[in-house]
Every structure is written in C-alpha cells, then in structure tokens.
Write a protein that binds this ligand. Structure first.
Ligand code: ADP
Ligand code: NA
Length: 344
C-alpha cells in the first residue's frame, strides 16, 4: 500500500471531555501506533476555527497552550507526528482564500454543521430556528478553511466523526473543482478519504438524549481529562439511567444504560454487545462501578502527564515551534504549485 498522509485538527476550545477523547483524540494515538514507516501524520490545533464562535481571548490563549499539552499527554509523539498550531502556518488561510473563490455558495448553504454549532453554542436544540443575526461569514465558510487545512498537505486520509462527513465531502469536491479548473499534466490534489475509526457518540451523563458536550451548562454531564478519580466516580454514579431491572444494550429505549455500556466498551476496546452480555443479570450499580474503574484506568496516566506538562512552557513552545516549521515546509511546496497553477 502507498504511504498515507493523515491530517486531523482539534479546536482549542477547552479541556477535552470523554466524548472528545473516545470519539476523536484517542483515535489519533491509534493511527500513530498503527502507522507504517512512510506514513505521515499531521495533527493541528486549529485556532482559526475557534474564532467562528465568540471566544474570551484569555481563555482561548490558555486553551491553545493546554491543547498541545493534552496531545502530548495522551501519547502523540512529536518525533512521529507533526503537531502544530494552525495559526502558526499562514498557508492555511492563504489556501482557504483560493478555495473560497471556487466554492459555490449553494454547497455551503447545504452544510448542516454551522446550524448545529450555532445551536450548541446557544444551548438551543439543533433543529430550532437559527438566529441568522448570530451567523458570521466565518462560521458559514469554515468548512472551506477545513478543506484548506487538509489539502495544504495533500492529505490522503482524514479521521473524522459522523458529524464531519459532510465537510470531508466538500473537501473532496473542492479538490476536484480545483483539479479540473487548473488542469496541467496531472491533478494537483488527492481526493482525501475518510479513515474509519470506531464511531462512538458519547452521550451526556445527565441528558442521554444529547451528546456529551463542553458547552452544556451542567458540568456533571461530562467527564474531563482533569477530573480526579473521586469526581469520575461521583459523576458516573449520578449518571441518568432508567428503572428497568437488569442491563441490556438498547440505545433507543435505554439510552442512558447504553451510553454507559458504550463508554465501557470503548475504554476496554471491546464490542459493546459482548460487554452487555456480561451484565445481563447484573444491576446498574455494578455496571457503574465497572465503568468508573475503566474510565479512571483510561484517564489516569494522561491526566498525570497533562498536569506535569501544562507547566512546562519552554518545552511546549519548543514542540510548537518545531511542529510549525515542519508543517510550513510541507505546505510551502503545495502553495508554490497552487500559485503556479492559478497564475499568482
Ligand atoms: P464539543 O461538541 O464538546 O464542543 P468539538 O465539537 O470541539 O466538541 O469536537 C471535537 C471532536 O470531538 C470532534 O471530532 C467531534 O466529533 C468529537 N466529539 C465531540 N463530542 C463528542 C461526543 N460526545 N462523542 C464522540 N465524539 C465527540
Ligand atoms: Na461542538
């Protein structure tokens, strides 16, 4: 198989919760572990994307620094993966402008994510009426920036959750539109593929009809990387389930119970249906105890490593600087070709 170029990004909008870890970040570590010697892994902290919703500048600055410590703490290795701040490589916004100028407005209008991001940020339901006065142009066009993030490195593989599938589709469309519009001997951009990672949507511990999210007002609804063992146990003990006797995996009628099983299966890398079988004659108390054990086991080391690293400003700066240098060198080559083809 030919070498893969993997790209993924995470916004610096706060400490990751269990949903971010199980749904996204720990998959990055797995990809790194399973990568071939010629595969290139590129992981970016995408600060420009965070600006599409209002941010407190001080909080953003802290979150930006902390996210790098998080990536290191969970096991992303700067020797094996390029890890950098998007805002330290100007080629992302440069290429995004080129793409903005070939993106049909209709395609952007059909993206559903800006609606849900707006709704999440306002704590309203995703299907409620969108208040267009809150819609800035950046929120509308950030999928174009995302396409630039990916294609600046000619990435071939992108691990994304279900919620981002539409954006990857747009990215492929834009690569194809560019390739056709500026055709030379060969197409410039690859059409990046989705990397299938186990799609695990972790739900709120307090309202299992919604996903675990950093913007939900109730902090008991999520487990953070920095939660102590006691906090983890208390949150899981208080998780909303149901009064049905016994444990079964039934996401539709028993979402709270199913969510606990999903978390357990994700932590231990097992099949959720197999896990459920072990609890068929046990109660919620027993299950919650085991979920808390598994989550503590998962988080223990990265939590300690994060606490150690977050104060290592010199080391974090050095990693960021080195990562940005490597990233720029790759995207520089792409931008030279892009400029050559478009005539600027
Ligand atoms: P949040 O919704 O908490 O603000 P983001 O939108 O910043 O999180 O998502 C960062 C990454 O984590 C994305 O890849 C997203 O798909 C993933 N993610 C977020 N919440 C969950 C969840 N509850 N379960 C699984 N994956 C999630
Ligand atoms: Na979100």
């Amino acid at each position: 198989t030919s070498p893969r170029i993997v790209f993924s990004g995470i916004q610096p909008t706060g400490l990751p919760h269990l949903g971010n870890l199980l749904g996204a970040l720990l998959n990055w570590v797995k990809l790194q572990r399973d990568a071939g010697p010629d595969d290139q892994l590129i992981y970016s902290i995408v600060g420009w994307h965070a600006l599409t919703l209002p941010q407190d500048p001080q909080a953003l600055s802290a979150a930006r620094r902390e996210m790098l410590a998080v990536l290191l703490a969970i096991g992303i290795d700067p020797e094996r993966s390029i890890m950098f701040h998007q805002d330290e490589n100007p080629h992302h916004t440069e290429l995004a402008w080129v793409f903005n100028c070939i993106t049909p407005m209709g395609k952007l209008r059909r993206m559903t994510t800006w609606k849900s991001r707006l709704a999440t940020s306002r704590n309203t339901r995703e299907d409620s009426e969108v208040d267009e006065s809150l819609l800035n142009a950046g929120l509308f066009t950030y999928p174009v920036l995302q396409a630039a993030d990916i294609l600046a490195y000619k990435a071939t593989h992108v691990p994304v959750g279900e919620d981002q599938q539409q954006h990857l589709e747009l990215c492929r469309d834009l690569a194809d539109i560019f390739n056709r519009a500026f055709k030379e001997d060969s197409p410039l951009f690859p059409l990046p593929q989705h990397v299938i990672t186990p799609s695990r949507r972790i739900l709120s511990l307090k309202d299992p009809s919604s996903k675990m999210s950093k913007s939900a007002p109730d902090v008991q609804s999520r487990i953070l990387l920095t939660d102590t063992e006691a906090q983890i146990r208390a949150k899981i003990r208080a998780a909303v389930t149901d009064s049905i006797v016994g444990v079964t995996y039934d996401p539709v009628t028993r979402p709270g119970t199913a969510n606990l099983l999903t978390i357990l299966a994700a932590c231990t890398d097992e099949d959720v249906v197999e896990v459920a079988k072990r609890y068929s004659d046990k109660g919620h108390g027993h299950l919650k105890n085991d979920v808390a054990d598994a989550v503590e086991e998962l988080i223990k080391e990265p939590r300690a490593e994060f606490e150690r690293l977050r104060g290592e400003a010199g080391y974090l700066n050095a990693v960021a600087r080195d990562g940005a240098t490597k990233a720029r060198a790759l995207s520089e080559a792409t931008m030279r070709e892009v400029r050559g083809r478009i005539g600027l």
